[in-house]
Write a protein that binds this ligand. Structure first.
Ligand code: ADP
Length: 208
């Protein structure tokens, strides 16, 4: 099996990964998968659903083995159901990999082409966004300030080292405090150029 051609949307909780991912997922040729959504789709009465609830309500990461296994099941299902066509769709991942170990576990499946780092050094802005989201989307893990703080710490300690792991050449740093459409514009510029790289000018118009 050839590896999935993949872009990562990367950033702290509240940096806007999901917003960008959802928009890109509407564009033909791009398939969006958010790891948090994979977990939230679980039946919370099942043992797996209970484990997710336990970790996420503390602001912690779900253990890597469970996460990657579940993610693989979800991706396989989307291939089987023809929602994702790996031979001509790019995969847009948000929320996975979330640490270096997960990145290593995914290496036999995904080929990372670029990382979009939605950067927001101002933590208070992130906290403010997450609190607003808690009210709007009914997200239990966004409602409590202690849990939010713990998630931001987890990001700093466990996720941020991924930037070093992939290296500067792979990363597109984008100011996440801009308006969503400005962030999207930057991402689309890079995707357009990279698509030409991948398919060549001819294939570019032929493959939709
Ligand atoms: P956010 O990026 O705002 O934290 P997500 O929806 O991506 O929100 O994730 C919600 C929760 O789901 C996380 O706090 C974590 O507990 C769990 N989770 C999501 N993705 C992963 C992952 N790749 N590895 C481990 N846990 C994850």
């Amino acid at each position: 099996m050839s590896k999935y051609q993949t872009y990562l949307i990367f950033g702290a909780p509240g940096s806007g990964k999901g917003t960008q991912g959802r928009v890109l997922g509407k564009v033909p040729g791009y398939y969006h998968c958010a790891c948090g959504d994979v977990f939230r789709a679980l039946d919370l009465r099942t043992p797996l659903g209970q484990q997710f609830l336990e970790y996420s309500s503390r602001g912690e990461l779900v253990p890597d083995e469970i996460t990657v296994k579940l993610w693989k099941i979800r991706i396989d299902q989307s291939v089987e159901s023809h929602a994702f066509h790996p031979d001509h769709d790019f995969l847009v991942l948000d929320g996975i990999p979330r640490n270096v170990h997960q990145a290593q576990m995914l290496e036999d499946t995904v080929r990372v082409r670029k990382i979009f780092h939605l950067s927001c050094p101002d933590r208070s802005k992130l906290v403010e966004r997450l609190k607003r989201r808690a009210l709007r989307d009914n997200r239990f893990d966004d409602a409590n300030e202690e849990v939010i703080k713990h998630r931001l710490d987890t990001y700093e300690q466990e996720s941020r080292p991924l930037l070093e792991y992939y290296g500067e050449n792979m990363i597109e740093h984008i100011d996440a405090t801009q308006s969503p459409v400005d962030v999207l514009g930057r991402i689309v510029d890079v995707l357009t150029a990279d698509r030409r790289n991948h398919f060549g000018e001819e294939g570019f118009s032929a493959v939709t």
